[in-house]
Design a protein around this ligand. Structure first.
Ligand code: PLP
Length: 500
């Protein structure tokens, strides 16, 4: 809720605040039922006396735009006559009612906060800005100075630039993965691949099996398609296989979504035995596998396990890869590798989304790969990420209170931590954000409610200095919550949501 006050204006400050909140309510920006920030908090934020906010709120109450509710605070509640003033579209009736099933409000509210500049963020999973390689932007500019070369900027096929697809096949061949350009589709980030595959495979009511925890935006795509999600727990060898056959028999799933390498959020990798077992079961019960390999090449161990796609001999696996985690996410480029029939179907669906991937990004990545430094770059980022991972591990060892547990990642981007039992992740986040530190709470990584005791910490984006400074702050807040006995002294996420 952004309120701007002009202390030099003739209009009293409480009226300025009253007017702006009233307008936000009338325009629909503040919807019925939203809790306004407590007076003291808003006063501190705007640098005014509490009585100023009290006067503004009193006037809004008198005019019947808000009301005080026991246990909730000050809530937007518009009286019938005032409703006539509300000229905004009827949002709830306008939006597809299925949106309610997958709108993840928590993430929506958190995102602007997590990326704020003055915050040490362990929240988002991005490549380190210091390690983004030099992409050939200047060559592109020089080349397109001549009109004849400007076709570089024109459309590409729906599946992506032919030369880039050939180069991707060459990269894959170095990992002993055989593919042809017809089996590759360049994507606007691998998230798009999850969404396309979901649209192709899932009808409302179809069952998708996922790891628990798992990447939350994949869950959002499945929910948007109306899938029934079944969670299978993981351990440090990946998805547990005991009992999975019973799930296949009972629920006839349409597909399995798995992140076998350096999983998000746990950083665990699936063992070779489990990979074999999963494929064997997929064939037996005719279940398609979506293999999300977003963290490919980021395993700190020298020897990495084969992908399910590589092991598959029957066209049951769709492999998703991205340049977001190895180059930068802003380039928005990834790819899928799958059976030709699958890729052809994906092209039909993709046409309706964005027609084809961004030509400029494709050209830049293609030239970068052709330049031959991608492997050296991968080696370098792995070394740097390993250093940061070690640093975060040591900082946690030095400052963690009793009850905070984690496994040291052997690759990938994240520490997945279990909090002491008396600490709720959402409550901890409120305290940490006040102290300028953010992390990803565990809740969105599960479909059903059980993430309150977990948090995910990213170690690739923050600098060494930020890790050094931020982890002690995070741990101090965990200790504070362990020691806070009475409920009244505790904070609630609604203390800051939906303020931002
Ligand atoms: C497992 C996983 N899949 C897909 C993505 C999406 O990546 P992209 O930027 O390529 O869309 C992410 C991003 O964090 C991820 O962690």
């Amino acid at each position: 809720m952004e309120i701007i006050i002009d202390k030099a204006a003739k209009q009293p400050i409480y009226i300025q605040i009253y007017e702006q909140i009233r307008l936000m309510i009338i325009s629909g920006e503040l919807e019925e039922g939203i809790v306004l920030p407590p007076e003291r908090k808003l006063a501190a934020e705007l640098g005014v006396n509490r009585s100023t906010i009290l006067n503004a709120y009193n006037r809004l109450k008198t005019d019947e735009f808000i009301e005080a509710r026991v246990g909730q605070g000050t809530v937007v509640s518009v009286k019938a006559e005032n409703r006539n003033e509300i000229v905004s579209p009827k949002w709830n009736q306008l939006f597809n009612s299925r949106l309610d099933d997958f709108n993840n409000n928590m993430i929506g509210r958190l995102f602007p906060l997590l990326g704020k500049k003055d915050i040490i963020s362990f929240a988002l999973g991005m490549a380190s800005p210091d390690l983004i390689p030099e992409l050939p932007f200047e060559s592109l500019a020089d080349l397109t100075k001549a009109k004849a070369n400007r076709e570089i900027l024109s459309q590409t096929p729906v599946a992506g630039n032919e030369e880039l697809r050939e180069n991707i096949c060459t990269l894959l061949a170095k990992e002993n993965i055989n593919s042809t350009p017809e089996e590759i589709m360049v994507l606007t980030g691998s998230q798009q691949g999850i969404d396309i595959a979901t649209r192709i495979l899932i009808q409302p009511g179809d069952v998708v099996i996922v790891e628990a925890p798992t990447y939350f935006l994949a869950l959002e795509s499945f929910k948007a398609a109306g899938a029934k999600i079944i969670e299978v727990p993981i351990d440090n060898n990946g998805m547990l296989m005991d009992g999975i056959e019973q799930l296949f028999i009972k629920y006839h799933p349409k597909c399995i979504y798995t992140i076998p390498n350096c999983q998000n959020p746990s950083s665990y990798s699936m063992s070779l035995e489990r990979r074999k077992k999963l494929l064997e079961l997929a064939y037996r019960y005719d279940v398609f596998i979506l293999e999300d390999d977003a963290y490919a090449g980021l395993d700190f161990k020298e020897k990495t396990l084969p992908t399910l796609y590589q092991m598959d001999t029957n066209g049951y696996v769709l492999l998703l890869r991205t340049f977001s985690k190895t180059i930068c996410s802003g380039i928005r480029l990834g790819y899928m590798a799958a059976h030709k029939r699958m890729i052809a179907q994906c092209c039909y669906v993709r046409q309706n989304m964005d027609i084809h991937p961004n030509t400029i990004s494709q050209w830049l990545i293609c030239e970068y790969i052709k330049g031959g430094t991608y492997e050296t770059h991968m080696k370098k980022i792995k070394e740097e990420y390993l250093k940061k991972c070690n640093l975060m591990h040591n900082e946690l060892l030095n400052h963690a209170p009793k009850g905070l547990t984690w496994s040291k990642p052997s690759g990938g981007y994240y520490f997945w931590c279990r909090l002491p039992k008396e600490v709720r992740t959402s409550e901890l986040l409120v305290l940490c954000i006040r102290d300028g530190v953010a992390f990803m709470p565990g809740i969105p990584f599960f479909t059903y409610e059980c993430g309150e005791n977990f948090m995910r910490l990213n170690f690739t984006t923050p600098t060494a200095g930020q890790i050094h400074k931020g982890i002690p702050i995070l741990c101090a807040n965990i200790k504070k919550l362990i020691n806070t006995e009475t409920k009244e002294n505790r904070v609630s996420p609604s203390n800051f949501l939906p303020l931002y």
